[in-house]
Every structure is written in C-alpha cells, then in structure tokens.
Design a protein around this ligand. Structure first.
Ligand code: 9G3
Length: 542
C-alpha cells in the first residue's frame, strides 16, 4: 500500500486526555479517532489490526467446532422482559424506541437473543450439544468510559453460546473453549493469565477471566509465585492457618481494653435485601464484599450504616466473622465507628453464635490457597471470559429439550466472550516503547515498511519502488512514498510500529539498504539482492 493514499493522521503531541500508553499511541499513530466519549473510529491502520485479531479468533473458534452467525444489535425489549433483565440493568443498557414507539435495547450482550433463536429448534437431545458464535458490535453506556478502547461504550466482541443436555457436556465444551482462548491470546502475542473469577450476577458456577498483564489494568490478579494458581483478587480463597497467641483468656469487659493490630476486631455492616449483616474482621484485614455476597448466596450487598453492638444486637442482625478473628485472644471489639464496644473478647466463649467464613481480601505474602508458594499481585486487563451459565436463561425463557427418556428439561448453557477491540488495545499496552507501537507480526497492520529517505532522489525512489514491487508479492508492504523530511518519516515509522523497516538512503546507488527490526531496535545493512531473505529471517524471528 502507498502511504500517500492512506489516511494515517499522526499527531506530534500526546492528546491531553490520553492516560494509557495504548490510548496515547493509537491516537498519535493515527489508528483510531474518538467521535464521542467511549466511541471510536478505526482508521485504516487500526482497522487492519482489528481484522487480523478477528481472523485469529474466527480460526480458533471454527477449529473448536463453533458455528458462526450474526445477530442484530437492535434487540426487542420483550426478550429482556422475559429474562427479567430489562429492569435489572440501569442506564448502562442503552435503550431506544422505534417509529411505532416500541422499546428496543442496543445489544450489550446476546444471551436473550440467542436463547430466543434456538429455543424452538434445539428441542431434542439429539440436536445437542451446539456452540454458536458471532463477532459483533456491543453497546454499554459506561458511566466513565476511559483509556481509549480499553473501556468504550461501543466495542467489538466475539460472543459464543453453547447448548447442552447435561453438565458433563458443558464441562467438556468449557475446557475446549478455555484451551482455544489460550491459543488465541498466545497467537496475538499477548501475555495472558487465566484466573478464577466470580460468576457475579451471571448465575451459573465456574467462570474464568483471561487477564492481559498490564499496569493500566483495572483488575487485580492474585497469583502464586510457585504454582500456576491465579484468581481475580476478589475470588482468591484465603488459607486459614490456626495460630493463637498463648495468652490466658480474661473475663469479658473486665480490666482494660488492649489496643493494636493483634487485639482489635473491626465491624462493618451490609444490607442484603431486608437483612442487616455485621461482618467482624481483624484490624489490617479488608472485608471482601464478593465473598460476603457469595457466602450469603445473594446477588449483591450494599454497605450499610449502623451502631448496633454485634455482641448484643438490639435488632435482627446476621453476625459473620472472617476466619482470621478465630486467632484473636482477649480481643477488643470496635463498632462501625471504631469505638470500643467490648474487650477481652475470646471467640470460642463470646462469638459462639457467629458464623465464621473466608470473608477477607487476600493480601500479598499470604500463602497460596493451593499450598504452594506465596501470593503476589499483578494488574490485568480482562480480554476474555468463559462462563458456565447453567439454566438461568433457558428456564427464564422456556428453552427446553426432550431428553432420551422423553422428559422435558431446560437446556444447559455456557457463554464465552473475547473483547476484540479491547484485545487490540491490550496488545498495544504490552507492545510499545517510548517511540511508539511494536506490533507482533501476526497482528501488524503491515509486515514491512519501506521508507525512502528522499523521494526527490531518482536512485532512492526507483530502488524503493522496485523493492516494493518485489516484496509485496510475499508480504504486506507499506511504502512511504510521501515527499516528507526523513526525520518525520522515521519518527512516524517508529510510531506506527510495523515489525520490519527497510530504509532506502544514500547507499541505494551501491545496492545497499538498511533493515531495522522494530521490536529489538536491531539495525543491519544488506544488499538488495539478499533483502527478501533478510526480511524473511527478521519476520520469522520477531
Ligand atoms: C447488560 C449490560 C452490561 C453487561 C451485561 C448486560 C456484562 C452482561 C455479563 C456478560 C456475560 C457474557 C456473553 C459473552 C461473554 C460475557 N455487562 N454482562 O450480561 F445489559 Cl448493560 O456479558 N456475555
């Protein structure tokens, strides 16, 4: 492709609102342009990368036995009423009315749509299992879109849905998708960790998130330094180790309160529906709301205010405590405002009615839940997620099948997402330096970037054109045929980040050109007669 025909509006300055590296460089290198908050155009270079990522995803999905289809972005509200989610989601679900004043949702995800599609077809065990997928634009009206493509309001997702007659079949499909996801991200050149994640409001049970490691990531991963254990920090289990100080238990509230981390027990209150929950935990520990809601078996809990005394509750309150509280002897119980309410609290004697559970956030240095090594933290960008949905949607929407005994059962489902546009940004986060982007070969907008230093020099121009004609038979080549200063061309080539750059300069007359590997900065001269071989070597090594 000739650069003079391409729309690559590079920027010299970093736009003020670009807070992440990928946001900064994708804007500056002319890959994307913002049209509104969280809404972007993929300019030609960005579009080429997006299509390459889609192609890798499509190849792995097809290899994994998934069948592609395409569903509408405009979804009739009736389906979201059937699933009960029309009223569950707030302003994040974008809604509109058609000319007949009928309600529609702009698709944030497609569980309802796909279930309504298959429920009249997949009505016999003979037609199961089946896995369908699409690559489609999704809409989620994020309160705070940020970091460019990392958290947009319109984005490209591959979403797959699987349908099964039994759990064993779902488990098998889940593993196939899990392995396919590992291959997708490996091929994209992304350093990704699959972490145990919380199923959240999605119902179902198992779920894993695929996290691209990056400082800018919004999620925190807890991983073991000596095994492949890794979990979303909110899901990481804390191994309880029974270690008590050898101190004699004293009578409750007699004498004086002992202060400090070893003795203090803090209290926090939550509301779960109508219930008021008090959670006791050791000073220095942090309550994990996700664990509290999962322990209570509810979808969501909200922080609550209360000055109730957890030991002598004046009204109905469920009192729970993190396992760490068991190791306290002669503890000092602080109420939600941090005031001492009791002291010399000894759990076996004074907290016998309290329900103990793993309720705290895991911390760096904690033993890994699998007993191997210690926990470390890393930031990650969630680029993929696999869910065992169970029958949440098939029951709500009456998607049933007749089993081999003629008994009607709800279809068992799984769902699997990859953020295509988010993956593009994650690759940029992991592959850049201060000069710009450094695309892995398989997703690069072009494999080779030919840069003649001075197009006014006949020798350089002819050599560049000849090399372009020759190389483009083997590779995708971008020829910088613009009449621009050399410095500008080099800086822009580094910004755009094609894996190999061929510079045609003064030595063109002697048949010598310079080859630069963007990823390593390695530069070497070679004769034009051996260029194809050298480029081949560079591309296969990068
Ligand atoms: C909504 C809105 C936002 C949402 C959802 C629904 C996240 C929603 C979870 C999923 C689960 C899986 C299929 C592909 C993989 C992920 N944010 N989720 O359901 F209405 Cl506004 O999307 N869906």
């Amino acid at each position: 492709m000739r650069q003079s025909t391409m729309l690559i509006p590079t920027l010299k300055e970093t736009p003020a609102d670009a807070e992440s590296a990928s946001h900064r460089f994708l804007l500056r290198a002319g890959f994307i342009r913002q049209n509104a908050a969280g809404i972007y155009s993929y300019l030609p270079l960005g579009h080429r990368v997006l299509k390459k990522i889609e192609a890798i995803v499509r190849e792995e999905m097809d290899k994994a036995g998934c069948v592609e289809l395409l569903m509408p972005a405009l979804q009739p509200a009736e389906l979201w009423h059937e699933s009960g989610r029309w009223d569950v989601y707030g302003p994040e679900l974008m809604r509109l009315k058609d000319r007949h004043d009928r309600d529609f949702a702009l698709g944030a995800t497609h569980e309802e749509l796909i279930t309504s599609l298959v429920r009249d077809e997949l009505n016999s065990y003979k037609k199961l299992p089946m896995t369908l997928y699409q690559i489609q634009t999704k809409y989620r009206d994020e309160r705070r879109p940020r970091f460019g493509l990392l958290r947009g309001r319109e984005f490209v997702m591959k979403d797959a849905y699987s349908f099964h007659s039994d759990e064993a079949s779902l488990d098998e499909r889940y593993q196939i998708m899990y392995d396919a996801y590992k291959r997708v991200f490996e091929r994209c050149g992304l350093n990704v960790r699959a972490v145990i994640a919380d199923s959240g409001a999605m119902g179902g049970k198992d779920t894993h998130e695929f996290m691209a490691l990056a400082e800018i990531g919004e999620d925190t991963i807890a991983y073991s330094d000596q095994s492949d254990y890794a979990a979303n920090v909110e899901m990481a289990k804390v191994l309880h180790i029974d270690e008590k100080p050898d101190e004699a238990p004293l009578p409750l509230d007699e004498g004086e309160a002992k202060r400090g981390q070893a003795y203090e027990i803090e209290t926090r209150f939550f509301k779960a529906g109508e219930d008021l929950i008090a959670v006791l935990f050791r000073k220095g520990d942090e309550v994990n709301d996700v664990k509290v809601k999962n322990a209570l078996g509810v979808d969501i809990v909200f922080e609550a205010e209360s000055d109730i005394d957890p030991l002598n509750p004046s009204e109905r309150v469920v009192v729970m405590a993190d396992n760490g509280v068991k190791n306290v002897v002669n503890g000092t119980l602080l109420d939600a405002s941090g005031n001492v309410r009791h002291f010399n609290v000894n759990p076996e004697r004074d907290l016998s009615a309290v329900r103990f559970d793993d309720l705290r956030m895991i911390k760096e240095g904690d033993p890994s839940p699998d007993g191997k090594g210690r926990i470390r933290f890393a930031r990650g960008i969630e680029v993929g997620q696999v869910f065992k949905l169970g029958t949440k949607y098939s029951e709500a929407m009456n998607a049933r099948f007749l089993d081999e005994n003629g008994k009607s059962r709800p279809i068992i489902m799984g769902c699997y997402g990859i953020g295509i546009s988010r993956t593009l940004a994650a690759i940029a986060e992991q592959h850049h330096d201060e000069a710009g982007l450094k695309w892995p070969v398989v997703v690069a907008p072009f494999a080779v970037h030919i840069v003649p230093v001075n197009v006014k020099n006949a020798e350089q121009k002819q050599t560049a054109e000849a090399l372009y004609e020759q190389l483009k038979t083997q590779y995708e080549v971008l020829l910088d045929d613009r009449d621009e200063r050399a410095g500008v061309k080099f800086a822009e080539a580094d910004l755009i980040g094609c894996p190999v750059r061929v510079t045609v300069g003064k030595k063109a007359g002697e048949g010598i050109v310079e080859v630069k590997v963007r990823a390593t900065g390695e530069v070497r001269e070679c004769n034009v007669s051996e260029l194809l071989h050298v480029v081949d070597e560079c591309l296969n090594r990068v």
